[in-house]
Write a protein that binds this ligand. Structure first.
Ligand SMILES: [Zn+2]
Ligand SMILES: [Zn+2]
Length: 66
């Protein structure tokens, strides 16, 4: 299971996201998934919906070891 290395900036603090990475089976977009806009530089999904192609329910856990 891969971890998101995007940066989240909140209240002038920067931290690494470390959330689980997901991949869109429809368009191949890879990013983390939150149910709100968290501001992660690598957020790819919003509550399970791909923010690139707009499909929902097409996400799977992204594993770089495959
Ligand atoms: Zn992230
Ligand atoms: Zn997509």
């Amino acid at each position: 299971m891969a971890r998101c290395l995007g940066t989240i900036v909140s209240n002038d603090n920067k931290r690494i996201c470390h959330h689980t990475l997901y991949r869109c089976k429809n368009c191949g977009n890879i990013g983390c998934d939150f149910n709100y806009v968290i501001g992660c530089s690598s957020q790819g999904f919003l509550n399970g919906k791909c923010i690139i192609c707009g499909e929902s329910g097409q996400i799977e856990v992204f594993d770089t070891g495959k």
